[in-house]
Design a protein around this ligand. Structure first.
Ligand code: 13P
Length: 236
């Protein structure tokens, strides 16, 4: 059964998020779809989502703290208000645009692991590393596991090659399977693929050996497309 996750990034308002979440939940209920579905809205759109029964809401980010003086960040006091127990850690946009170091990411991982959060942990290489070949790509990816307990029971991994994110350039099936099989040989955890996954290619990708689902940005922000993505993968 595929795991399908939508990362809203910096998209949707509080109002449009609530409508989106309700529509997806109603769709899952009425179609009796049992995929594991996750939605990661912006921090400002987090809520209790009381009527949501068949999907999981998570946060795209939080600081490794209960509360304190960390301007612009949120901690578990804010997440607890909404019963959020799922977090994305290590996303490439936080690594490369926001400058989060592996040390900071590992600290965040340890903090949220101790609180039993479900963690979707992202790894992936930039274009120049991919161009240096599979061995260099895997070396780069393994560096992103420094300080990370890969035996943690509530862990899902997401392989998101940086060059495929938001570019429309999906990794080839061969790119995906070679990296996924290498990671899977070391770490026995569900492993999602992310990077220009679309309605048209999600099923093919989710069928690949070693792919347990997809983490989707752009193509998931339109609710009809996201429902179609779920529909296309419901039996995989
Ligand atoms: P896109 O689907 O827009 O390429 O983004 C992937 C991603 O970064 C999901 O976390």
């Amino acid at each position: 059964m595929s795991i399908i996750a939508s990362n809203f990034k910096t998209n949707h308002t509080r109002k449009s998020t609530a409508t989106f979440v309700k529509e997806v939940n109603d769709f899952l209920v009425s179609s009796k779809i049992t995929n594991d579905v996750y939605i990661f809205p912006t921090s400002t759109s987090l809520d209790t989502f009381d009527s949501v029964s068949n999907l999981t809401m998570g946060t795209q980010n939080a600081y490794a703290t209960v509360k304190g003086s960390f301007t612009g960040e949120i901690g578990t006091e804010q997440l607890d208000e909404f019963g959020i127990k799922t977090i994305l850690i290590g996303h490439s946009e936080r690594r490369h645009i926001l400058g989060e170091s592996q040390e900071e990411i590992a600290k965040k991982f340890v903090f949220y692991k101790e609180l039993d959060y479900k963690i979707i942990y992202c790894i992936g290489e930039p274009l120049e590393v991919k161009e240096a070949g599979l061995e260099k790509t895997l070396e780069y990816i393994y560096e992103q596991f420094v300080g990370i307990d890969t035996n943690y029971e509530n862990l899902i991994l997401a392989y998101e090659p940086v060059w495929a994110i938001g570019t429309g350039v999906t990794a080839t099936n061969e790119d995906i399977t070679s990296v996924h099989s290498a990671i899977k040989s070391q770490i026995d955890k569900p492993l999602l693929y992310g990077g220009s996954v679309k309605v048209a290619n999600v099923a093919e990708i989710c069928k690949l050996e070693g792919v347990d689902g997809a983490l989707i940005g752009t193509a998931s922000w339109n609710v009809e497309d996201f429902k179609q993505i779920i529909e296309n993968t419901k039996d995989l």
